[in-house]
Each structure stands twice: as structure tokens, then as C-alpha cells.
Design a protein around this ligand. Structure first.
Ligand SMILES: CC(C)(COP(=O)(O)OP(=O)(O)OC[C@H]1O[C@@H](n2cnc3c(N)ncnc32)[C@H](O)[C@@H]1OP(=O)(O)O)[C@@H](O)C(=O)NCCC(=O)NCCS
Length: 173
């Protein structure tokens, strides 16, 4: 049985060798994610085999950051929001290495991200978890966890804070 660990991205991880098959998320991970983490722009976490040795092969990653949104028309957003930018948590990127796709690792990462978003929201406020899907199929993937497009056909999807209260989100069906 494989045991996994979720860690903050660091020099211990092999960024260069990571490939999910989607160039935009791969380039972000290889070239930008660590700098953003060091500067406080966003936080990237990776999933690795628990007994991996440095440089640890990365099975997948996700990136969280704060975001402010105008959420009034969004499905599940609270009614009567003030007329100002409202805080939320953004799951900006998610990817699993090609050879590990389809084994539930993406689901583990979304579940972990949702738990972290819940913790953040309970401490500092926020109306929920926002994702920016990289393409239509990715939007369908997020929909399995309960995310809904913020408007018809949008690649930005939203999961309200109340949906995070029951613990990590898991895919339906
Ligand atoms: C999308 C992605 C993160 C899913 O991770 P994963 O570990 O492969 O997915 P899981 O094992 O948790 O789930 C597998 C299920 O999701 C479906 N699925 C996987 N990738 C999908 C995609 N891109 N679109 C829609 N459905 C997808 C599979 O068909 C499978 O369905 P099944 O359970 O009915 O067989 C991964 O395929 C990936 O990294 N793709 C390339 C990068 C990318 O497109 N990122 C998009 C996020 S912005």
C-alpha cells in the first residue's frame, strides 16, 4: 500500500521532472510556484510518497491563495452581501503527474484544499472556495465535488463556505 504525504513545496521536491500533460500548470509549477510561495503570493502544496528521498518525485500539487470577489449573483453565496469586495479562498491550480492520474490523487488534493479553505475561512472570514478550471473538462471534474460555475459557461466555479463545514469534500458518483 502506498502512503502519501502532503508537504509545502520546497527545495526537497523535484519540480523539473513534473509533468501533468497540461503545459500551463506544469510551467507554473516548475518556474513560478516556489517564488510565489516565498513572496506570499500563494501557497503550493505537493503530494509525495511518504518514504521518498530528496529530490522527492512530485505526484501532484495544488495552489491556494486569498482572493476578493463580487459574489452577489453566485449560486450558494450568502444573500445581502455588502457592496464591497468579499474575501474567499482561491484554488488556483491543481495537477497530477501523468503516470498517477486516475488513482484518486486529484480527489485527495481537492479534499485537502477544501479542509484548508475551511480552516482559513473559520479564522479570517470568507464566503467559500473558488476554483479557476483550466478547461471545460477540468470544470466537469470540479463539478463532481459540488462546485458550480459562477455564471453559465464560466471556468470559474464556487463552493460556498457552508458546503465546507462537514469536512473535506469528496466527489459524487
Ligand atoms: C484533472 C486532474 C487533476 C484529475 O486528477 P486525477 O488524480 O487524475 O483524478 P482522480 O483520480 O481524482 O479522479 C479520476 C476521475 O476523474 C475523471 N477525470 C480525470 N481527469 C479529468 C479531467 N481532466 N476532466 C474531467 N474528468 C477527469 C476521470 O475520468 C475519473 O473518473 P472515474 O472516477 O469516473 O473513473 C488530473 O487529471 C490532471 O492533472 N490533469 C492535467 C492537468 C489539468 O487538466 N488540471 C486541471 C485543473 S485546473
Amino acid at each position: 500500500m502506498s502512503l502519501y504525504a502532503i508537504e509545502l513545496l520546497s527545495a526537497a521536491h523535484n519540480r523539473v521532472g513534473f509533468s501533468s500533460g497540461l503545459e500551463s500548470v506544469d510551467r507554473y509549477f516548475r518556474e513560478i510556484a516556489r517564488g510565489h510561495l516565498e513572496k506570499g503570493v500563494s501557497i503550493t502544496r505537493v503530494i509525495v510518497e511518504a518514504d521518498a528521498c530528496d529530490p522527492k518525485p512530485v505526484l501532484g500539487y495544488f495552489t491556494l491563495s486569498g482572493i476578493v470577489v463580487d459574489a452577489k449573483p453566485w449560486s450558494g453565496a450568502p444573500k445581502g452581501l455588502p457592496s464591497q469586495a468579499i474575501p474567499a479562498v482561491l484554488l488556483g491550480r491543481l495537477a497530477v503527474a501523468t503516470e498517477y492520474q486516475g488513482k484518486g490523487i486529484g480527489a485527495i488534493l481537492v479534499a485537502t484544499a477544501s479542509q484548508l479553505a475551511h480552516e482559513t475561512i473559520t479564522r479570517t472570514g470568507g464566503i467559500g472556495l473558488v476554483v479557476d478550471a483550466a478547461h471545460d473538462q477540468a470544470a466537469l471534474y470540479y463539478a463532481r465535488f459540488g462546485f458550480k460555475p459562477v455564471s453559465a459557461g464560466s471556468l470559474r466555479l464556487f463552493l460556498p463556505a457552508k458546503s465546507l463545514e462537514g469536512g473535506a469534500v469528496i466527489p459524487r458518483g
